[in-house]
Write a protein that binds this ligand. Sequence first.
Ligand code: ADP
Ligand code: ZN
Length: 710
Amino acid sequence: MRCLVVLNTRSPGIGDGLTYETGGLPVVIGSLVLAPLRKKSIEGIVVDVTNVAADTEETFTPRRIEQVIGTQPLLTPEAVEALWWVAEYYHCSLRSALTPFVPAAPWRNAAMKETMLCSFISEPAKPGVRQKVVLDFLREHGPLPRDALRRKTSAASATIRSLTEKGYIKEERTADIPPPVTAFETTEARPLLSPKQKRVCDMIAASEKPSLLFGITGSGKTEIYASLIADAAAQGKQSILLVPEILLTEYTVHRFRKMFAPERIAVIHSRLTSSARRNAWMRIRSGSVALIIGSRSALFSPCARPGLIIIDEEHEWTYKNEQTPRYNARDLAEKLCSLSGAKLVLGSATPSLEAWARAKQDHYTLARLPERYMQRALPVVRVIDLGTVRFGSLYPFSPPLIQAIEERLARKEQTVLFLNRRGVASAMLCLQCRKRLVSPVSQLPYTVHRGPDNRMYLLDHVAGVSAEVPAECPHCRSTQLLPVGAGTQKLENILSSLFPTAKILRADSDTLQHPEQMRQVLDDMRERRADILLGTQSVVKGLDLPMVTLAAVLVADIGLSLPHFRAGERVFQLLTQLTGRSGRAGPGDVYIQTFRPDAPEVQAAAAHRTEEYLETELTLRTLLNYPPSVPMIRLLITGEKAEPRARSVHQAVLRLITHLGVEAQATVAPTLFGIGLEWHVLIKGNDIHQLLAHIPLTDVTVDVDPMDVV
Ligand code: ADP
Ligand code: ZN
């Protein structure tokens, strides 16, 4: 027998595994083994096992596996199958694909250990006092692991050993697997769903296909998840609930602590130490955990009895891994569910165009919840045209917004303010013609920076050249030029000068390092110890804070100004999320401050017309030949020679397209923030996967279904 082993080493050239002879050892797919590599012995995972026919003529004799570690394979056959899929679909090595499936090395620390299980056989005619204690205990409670028996009876090892040697106790090696659970106990009554929620929940439960739960903000998606998780638990099956942001795991755990005892919940995210992660990994594999909550890496949890995967806020970009393996959690979850028979549920108030298209093609079951729980009204949305506001030094706080915040403070209600993802000024905008200042060298928008003397200057990241801020707009000669996207720190300062007595909280990945700090922020809001929550979109989205009656985005245009086919979708998602934060318990208001009040995504979000927006956008994508109507692959090239190399890859791709007769297009360009040292080739069209097999890609990063394309 032969096996293919992916070794835990960075040695070049063996990323796709090495072949070994099993040498009669009990090697199966997923086994953790020790295998020789040159003069060393290295841990590896078996990803394939094959029979070699006797008459095969071989050019080499493979070396033998040295040892199989653990009583059970480290990975399930489904996990191994999934990793093959990741390697093939995302075009990476087996070793890269394996990394997220295994805990930190050494892997043997996570292997199933053997224990010696003692059982009662018979009793000597005249047992000693100590012997009698052990034997009686074992007769009543056995079979027991030797260690446990010793602890429970305070017996000496010698006592147990002597009983074993004389045959009164039998010792057997057993894997440390707990007996199968028939049901996980829940510590709260099942969520009581409204009739509409119940209908949707039943529809999802009955569906053989993955489901897209398209429920507006406040419709009670979390309660539906809870109900589905309870269903799975009743059958002893494990659920995985993915949230888009590490800081939100704590918030979600809080909800589910009502449902399960602490030892039935595991939290997985990339900020765990490797030992905490390994611990969680082993608890999950042992089958004792009912619910796993985490960010995208929780998807790789080694569930012993997988039953359900839920991806909350399915549209979020954080579900795409931007390092090799560059998987998208949504697609990988679909693969995992099809392999294990688990149910997949994607939830969103603003589905991604990808999920929407699949629902429309009947590939997903579409379950709609178009009303808020208890028919609560959606907030009133007001769009403020930033181009017509005279700010002075208070930019970007417009007078109507300032007044609205004042009113909340007077009424002891709360306000949530959305910041843009990064606090840097991103562009210089002309208020007259609404155009951005563009670099004549790269033809791309300048970004605005401040020098050490605090003077503003413009930077062309791509060409690496800087320029003075001109006195007037080169397009229309207006002198009304404004840097858009002020820094978060600065915003906080303005805010506290405007409202000196207000208690202001900030929540972004800079101020919060750990999910537990996020809980403090949430507690402060819930218990009214704070008046205003100023947070980045990624953190503030999705929160359920009942006393918030005003939500505002300070400058909605950051995404709009990027030359990206998903820019509109992203802004729409942000604005709809924003409307979801306000008035969750009573009437609420939403302020959208924007330089482009007429943009379709702004209009649609303000009018709560989600489905209409999705349909229009999908039509547009199809017309313009963009994902999800066609697949896309991005080839990234970095380094000093990025440009010539990218151009030659581009030429090779074009030749292949013609040669193979594939219907596809390819473009080459520098990336927006790559300062000329990063270039990419974008390929879109059906059947473009096959092109990859024919291009040398050693110095190229392949990004299949890319999110980021600028
Ligand atoms: P979504 O995730 O869709 O925005 P949530 O699940 O946060 O909505 O629900 C909105 C609010 O309504 C929450 O405070 C939630 O507790 C409450 N809610 C929703 N459904 C129910 C229900 N069936 N029973 C009790 N409360 C509910
Ligand atoms: Zn102008």
